[in-house]
Design a binder for this molecule. Structure first.
Ligand SMILES: Cc1cc2nc3c(=O)[nH]c(=O)nc-3n(C[C@H](O)[C@H](O)[C@H](O)COP(=O)(O)OP(=O)(O)OC[C@H]3O[C@@H](n4cnc5c(N)ncnc54)[C@H](O)[C@@H]3O)c2cc1C
Length: 372
């Protein structure tokens, strides 16, 4: 009999799981309290940057990110084909800019271990950097270039995932408001207070991002997932003056095909508040101007914020609960949920099919690891 899966949360993680599960023959319902893509996923810069984002060591999180980057070329094509929607996927590569001689040593040691994992990075001096990014600040003394990093236009990607799911027959319920989990043993039952509807499945996949931490009392376990607000802004730059994703220690700048330059992002503790503050954006403006002086005289035309789902140890919660035969978690992807969406979907679908998960150290992502 077809297995029925309820996916709680319609962000990039919930929709990716739904997409993969439906492809593999499961009957899938997505339950979203608000609007699909209406939270962190629609707010993201869309960078697929495992090397720029993981600079210390090849830990299991880095390896998860790398596996997901490698899935992306095929994955994004599948989403485009199933949805009939195009979205930006740009293999621009990235540059991590240095300002001080002291940074060079750190970049060299980073390069050493990352090249063993396929980074094929290149250390550029100031002249080489300027050839690639002519408008970068004259204070920049060089950069580490990662040719394999890429980015998507996150709102377009999430919209396409949603449309793909709908076309394939995933039942998507939005605007459910408060949700009660009525049963999570021997099947799952979820009730929406606002629509007075009940949804039943064999398995519940909890993919509700920064809100996962609110479910501790339901499942009787510690779930240290916290919202970390990211404020971010965009400039209108129709002539596309920046060609790569450009990082520095204080932020990043990424040019989108629609003629905007997206610059992020703050990391604030503000509970579930997604307000944009003048202070937060002013800090971004200051750094944007230091990286690209032409931005110094401009004001962003759009400012927004989203809630990243951070975890206590920096690793996501990924896998089945031992305390239930009917619940899986796919939450806590913090700064890398867009990047990690394909691998997360594959892991969840593999686990539901009882298949092995291609060498990933899933015990380190065990959602119950904080309760043992
Ligand atoms: C400013 C910013 C920039 C970022 N840039 C990048 C980037 O460049 N690259 C990258 O990889 N990642 C980036 N991220 C991180 C990325 O956006 C997140 O990791 C990712 O979106 C998390 O996806 P999610 O589906 O888990 O969460 P969300 O997108 O927040 O989705 C969770 C959904 O669950 C719903 N929900 C909550 N509780 C319930 C409930 N009880 N019942 C039903 N539904 C519920 C919510 O309404 C929400 O729609 C960025 C994030 C921010 C904020």
């Amino acid at each position: 009999m077809t297995q029925r899966v309820l996916v709680l949360g319609g962000g990039v993680i919930g929709l990716s799981c739904a997409f993969e599960l439906k492809n593999r023959g499961f009957a899938v319902t997505v339950l979203e309290q608000g609007k699909c893509g209406g939270q962190a996923s629609g707010a993201a810069a869309g960078m697929l940057a495992p090397y720029s984002e993981n600079v210390e060591e090849p830990d299991p999180f880095f390896r998860l990110c790398l596996q997901s980057l490698r899935l992306y070329p095929e994955w994004q094509l599948a989403v485009k084909e199933a949805s009939g929607l195009d979205f930006e996927y740009s293999a621009t590569g990235s540059l991590y800019v240095m300002y001080h001689e002291a940074d060079v040593l750190a970049m060299k040691s980073r390069k050493l271990w990352q090249d063993e994992y396929g980074a094929a990075s290149e250390l550029l001096d100031a002249a080489e950097l300027r050839k690639l990014e002519p408008l970068v600040a004259s204070e920049a003394i060089g950069a580490l270039r990662y040719p394999g990093e890429s980015h998507v236009y996150a709102p377009g990607y999430v919209k396409a995932l949603e449309e793909a799911c709908r076309r394939m027959g995933v039942d998507i319920r939005e605007g459910l408001g408060g949700i009660d989990i009525v049963r999570w043993h021997d099947g799952a039952e979820v009730r929406s207070a606002s629509t007075a509807q009940t949804y039943r499945g064999d398995t519940l996949v909890v993919a509700n991002g920064a809100w996962a931490g609110l479910m501790e009392s339901i499942f009787g376990m510690t779930i240290p997932v916290y919202p970390i607000r990211g404020q971010i802004c965009a400039y209108e730059t129709p002539d596309m003056p920046v060609r790569h994703m450009v990082f520095c220690s204080q932020g990043y700048v990424v040019g989108k095909r629609n003629g905007t330059l997206v610059c992020g992002a703050s990391e604030d503790i503000a509970g579930f508040d997604t307000t944009v503050t003048r202070r937060g954006i002013a800090r971004l403006e200051n750094w944007n101007g230091k990286l690209f002086p032409f931005l110094g005289g401009m004001r962003p035309f759009h400012e927004w914020a989203g809630l990243r789902p951070a975890t206590q140890d920096g690793f996501p919660l990924l896998g089945a609960l031992a305390r239930s035969n009917s619940v899986m978690f796919a939450a806590g992807h913090y700064r890398n949920g867009i990047l990690l969406s394909p691998v997360t979907a594959h892991v969840i679908a593999d686990l539901l099919e009882g298949r092995s998960t291609s060498g990933l150290p899933l015990d380190l992502f065990n959602p119950e690891r904080f309760s043992q």
